[in-house]
Design a protein around this ligand. Structure first.
Ligand SMILES: C[S@@+](CC[C@H](N)C(=O)[O-])C[C@H]1O[C@@H](n2cnc3c(N)ncnc32)[C@H](O)[C@@H]1O
Length: 206
């Protein structure tokens, strides 16, 4: 369990994250959504769903089922995400739900999700092994697993909460390969200091 329950522990912190990261990184959001390539029959897991901004954008793209997890303990953060999803509901929308558990705590069945997204979450783990193993376990064999991380040149030493810093996409690719994930597509947004990758599980027989 990373330290974010404390760091991202309030509605104010959540609002600040949405303003700086989602609204401030509009192109990155579109890249994430494009790489996810959502279909109506997808079951999507979003880790770090915050106040439901990305879930809302996904909800507008396809009628897929979406589950958002965020460990921010604020009731208001969870309720805001739920309210927004309800407001965005259309007759052809899939179910959108949120949880304050970690995905490890939720203990989903093997191979349950077809898409998985963690935007600006991975870099907060001291050791992402358990998290990435769980991501692989609960997704289908050919699931698309998308990560977005900030580039180090933007963060510098300013945030002690960022446990891993990636100077370039190759460093992220190497970390993910060590954990059995191969990058199948990527976007580097220099102007938004961001790296976004779509990955798949490396097949055992490779
Ligand atoms: C930097 S914010 C990114 C929020 C959002 N994904 C975005 O890109 O705008 C990190 C978020 O991840 C959440 N978080 C951190 N560790 C988590 C975990 N293990 N499971 C679920 N959420 C987590 C924090 O509460 C926070 O809302």
């Amino acid at each position: 369990m990373p330290s974010e329950r404390g760091y991202y522990g309030s509605f104010v912190a959540a609002a600040k994250v949405e303003a700086t990261q989602r609204l401030g990184r509009g192109l990155e959001t579109v890249e994430i959504l494009d790489l996810l390539d959502l279909q109506d029959n997808d079951r999507v897991l979003e880790v770090g769903s915050n106040m439901g901004y990305m879930a809302g954008r996904m909800q507008r793209r396809a009628g897929c089922e979406i589950v958002g997890h965020d460990t921010n303990p604020s009731d208001l953060v969870l309720k805001t995400a739920q309210k927004r999803a309800k407001a965005g509901q259309r007759p052809d929308s899939g179910e959108v739900t949120f949880s304050r558990q970690t995905v490890e705590e939720a203990n989903y069945p093997d191979g349950h999700f077809t898409k998985f997204v963690a935007s600006h979450v991975l870099e907060h783990f001291e050791d992402p092994t358990e998290f990435l193993n769980e991501a692989k376990r609960i997704t289908t064999e050919n699931a698309t697993i998308v990560f977005a991380v900030p580039q180090e040149k933007y963060l510098g030493q300013r945030s002690p909460d960022h446990k891993m810093l990636f100077r370039k996409i190759e460093e992220l690719e190497a970390l993910l390969a060590q954990h059995g994930l191969e990058v199948i597509d990527s976007r580097v947004r220099e102007e938004e200091h961001s790296i976004v990758v779509a990955t798949r599980k490396i097949k055992e027989d490779k």
